[in-house]
Design a protein around this ligand. Structure first.
Ligand code: GLN
Length: 477
């Protein structure tokens, strides 16, 4: 059973050619057979089937099916689903069960989506390879010796491996886009504030956004429309109107579109094949009537430094709540209160999370605050201004999603700085809070996927999806 898009599945469901139960059964079956791939942390076997049967009865009784009726989805394991484990792929939450639904989860349920389970990730979304998971790495579906990217590695691998039709991930500095690029799927990070973060476990709160991973742009547009919008439970969520993203997307024409191509996104060090695949797609857009405009974003070199100061600072504060007293894991060695805190955190967190808590605490400490944290905040403002200026001149910005193709499992684990460079091109949109997506651009000589990133102005998701859809269409022809 294969469905090219949700539209295709939906039609079959509504025409009663197939039942939700059969579809969900099929996906669960694939997940079971795929066990060694480690994509899911929790599978909702019986619960998902129960839900599917309930939806079948709903249709039977003549009630109106929701916009996502029967859509089989995977949810990253840092998003709350009431009554389900919420581990963030961390030892410290290994025994924790969520007590409420994230707002995005409520909205998906209200439109009749089905959750298949919770998927693997880097611990607390810190990483670029899914190797920082207490549950072990996830192989890339295109080459099992390589990483699927991260931190939403499970989300990307689930969609690429047909273990879910659409997945939710989260993106703080590239965690939806980079794995999407590595696994040949579409990955959209919306504008900061486009949707509610209520129920998403916080990493860097002023960066975090929930994003959508899917095989095609239609599905991404549809799901975004359902989960976007103001939420009283998240004061950073925006009142900005939620358009019909599918309609906006389909109205986009690349004829006359001004595409900014920053020369800093094509450095000497860029993998040659990645560059050539991305350039091919850009050339096709030019042939279709777009104008390629060379632009320069000279501050790009500071992106990684500013990002890792600001997000570790926020993480050190956000993760203070995991102290052995309130959530999850508590050490057996709790002789006094201090020992309980220290031991619970020492035993519960993995090494990358500890590294970031220490780094974040350091940059916020008296004496270093002005030198590092305050400086990075100033750099953030400069970035925002530069990207805004650029997007006054061009309609969108395009370049590679990642500077290299998926790398081998273990290859970068001993060198955190090298790992951080996986995000050089994705971090700027996160610093600026702008929407960005990765769209499959093709394959390198070894058959490894290459992603193309598009960055847009605030709330311009419809345009990003429209251009991405054109890129996908041109490749199909
Ligand atoms: N790889 C980046 C990091 O480790 C981005 C993570 C993310 O977007 N959640 O911080």
């Amino acid at each position: 059973m294969h469905f090219s898009s949700y539209q295709n599945l939906r039609k079959k469901l509504l025409d009663r050619e197939v039942s939700c139960e059969i579809v969900v059964h099929e996906y669960l079956d694939r997940i079971r057979k795929d066990q060694d791939k480690n994509v899911y942390i929790t599978v909702f076997n019986e619960k998902a089937l129960e839900r599917a049967r309930e939806l079948d009865r709903k249709l039977e009784s003549g009630r109106r099916p929701g916009k996502l009726f029967g859509l089989p989805m995977a949810i990253k394991d840092n998003i709350s689903i009431e009554g389900a484990p919420l581990t963030c792929a961390s030892g410290i939450l290994s025994n924790y069960t969520a007590v409420y639904n994230a707002t995005v989860v409520e909205r998906l349920l209200a439109e009749d989506a089905v959750f298949l389970g919770k998927v693997n990730m880097d611990e607390f979304a810190m990483g670029s390879s899914n190797e920082n998971s207490a549950f072990g790495p996830v192989p890339n579906p295109y080459d099992k010796s390589r990483v699927p990217g991260g931190s939403s590695g499970g989300s990307a691998a689930s969609v690429a491996g047909d273990l879910a039709m659409v997945a939710l991930g989260s993106d703080t500095g590239g965690s939806v886009r980079q794995p999407a690029g590595f696994c040949n799927v579409v990955g959209l990070k919306p504008t900061y504030g486009r949707l509610s973060r209520y129920g998403l476990v916080a990493f860097g709160s002023s960066f975090d956004q929930i994003g959508v991973l899917s095989k095609n742009c239609d599905d991404a547009a549809l799901v975004l429309g359902v989960i976007a919008g103001k939420d009283a439970a998240d004061t950073t969520s925006s009142y900005h109107d939620v358009p019909d993203y599918n309609a906006e997307m389909d109205a986009v024409s690349v004829e006359g579109l001004r595409i900014g191509v920053p020369k800093e996104y094509f450095p000497e060090s860029l993998d040659r094949e990645v560059a050539s695949v991305v350039n091919c797609r850009l050339e096709e857009l030019r042939e279709a009537g777009a104008e390629l405009v060379e632009i320069t974003l000279p501050e790009s070199d500071y992106a990684i430094a500013a990002y890792y100061i600001l997000t570790t600072a926020e993480a050190s504060s956000n993760l203070a709540r995991f102290d052995g007293a309130r959530y999850g894991y508590r050490s057996a060695d709790t002789e006094d209160l201090g020992r309980m805190y220290v031991n619970s955190r020492t035993e519960g967190f993995g090494s990358e999370v500890k590294r970031r808590i220490m780094l974040g605490t350091y940059v916020l400490s008296a004496g270093y605050y002005d030198t590092y944290y305050k400086k990075a905040q100033q750099v953030r403002r400069v970035f925002l201004n530069r990207y805004q200026e650029a997007l006054n001149k061009v309609d969108i910005i395009a370049g590679p999603t990642s500077p290299f193709p998926p790398f081998g499992i273990g290859d970068k684990m001993d060198d955190p700085l090298e790992m951080y460079l996986a995000d050089v091109f994705t971090v700027p949109a996160s610093i600026a809070g702008m929407p960005a997506l990765s769209v499959p651009a093709g394959f390198d000589g070894s058959g490894l996927p290459v992603g193309l990133q598009l960055i847009g102005n605030f709330f311009d998701e419809g345009r990003l999806l429209g251009v991405a859809k054109t890129i996908q269409k041109v490749q199909e022809n």
